[in-house]
Design a protein around this ligand. Structure first.
Ligand code: URA
Length: 240
């Protein structure tokens, strides 16, 4: 874990308790204790390991919310640690000094867009079925798909005790041996896209997520991160 240091007044203000100037007043008036000792030093450097109290109440600084798009390569588990020591997305965000975690998951053998954040609230919102967040994938499947089968897929298929909702799907490339289908779903059942193609008699050879909500993966290289800004977040939330 990376420990950040803050000036005492900034540390108090970042908890949302008061402004930095008011924090200075508290410090000047002897209302602030650091690790149990009253201090009047405004610029004392505080780390997240220190215990700060104002008028006897502990201060919990607000952590800056961070959002990154990651292009997950095949072969990485969407988890911050793995009991079998397989490569995880944690390795791909190890240079970011924050406790990031993945929003939702992608299979080990799926590549593409995954959001890494320390914002639990956003993570829950995106995952909640009521928001029906769209997720778009490019699926390379074996063989040629007929219009009839594509229609069946789009109308919803039984993937074993669960019938998928109507979805969008279109052929983006078709050869004698394989087809590439762009498919957009809003549900998130385990291995859903693969199971949907199995239900109509195909095998998914490659799967890549190319957008979440209205946020595209774009040209982000595999294994690379891109920090998201306000506009990206609005795209991500899409129709929420
Ligand atoms: N559907 C799948 O089958 N796998 C994924 O990783 C995501 C969606």
């Amino acid at each position: 874990m990376v420990i950040e240091n803050f000036r005492l007044n900034k540390y108090i203000a970042s908890s949302g308790l008061c402004s930095r100037r008011k924090a200075d007043d508290f410090i000047k008036n002897g209302n602030v204790k650091v690790n149990g000792v009253v201090t009047k030093d405004f610029s004392l450097q505080i780390s997240t390991l220190d215990k700060v109290e104002v008028n006897g109440k502990p201060i919990i600084p607000e952590v800056e919310k961070l959002y990154y798009a990651l292009n997950k390569p095949v072969g990485f588990i969407t988890s911050m640690d793995d009991q079998f020591d397989r490569p995880t997305v944690a390795e791909l965000v190890k240079n970011i000094p924050a406790r990031l975690f993945p929003v939702g998951r992608l299979d080990n053998d799926t590549s593409g867009l995954i959001i890494m954040t320390n914002d639990g609230e956003l993570s829950q919102q995106l995952a909640h079925p009521k928001h029906k967040t769209n997720k778009t994938y490019l699926a390379v499947i074996n063989g040629v798909i007929s219009d009839k089968k594509l229609r069946t897929l789009k109308n919803g298929v039984d993937i074993g005790g669960f019938v998928t909702s109507p979805c969008e799907a279109e052929i983006t490339k078709q050869t004698k041996t394989y087809s590439i289908i762009k498919i957009t779903i809003h549900e998130g059942k385990n291995r859903q896209v693969r199971k949907m193609f199995t239900a109509i008699g195909f095998k998914v050879l490659e799967l890549k997520r190319i957008s979440i909500g209205n946020l595209p993966l774009g040209r982000l290289k595999e294994g690379h991160l891109r920090k998201l800004d306000k506009t990206d977040l609005e795209l991500l939330k899409g129709n929420m």
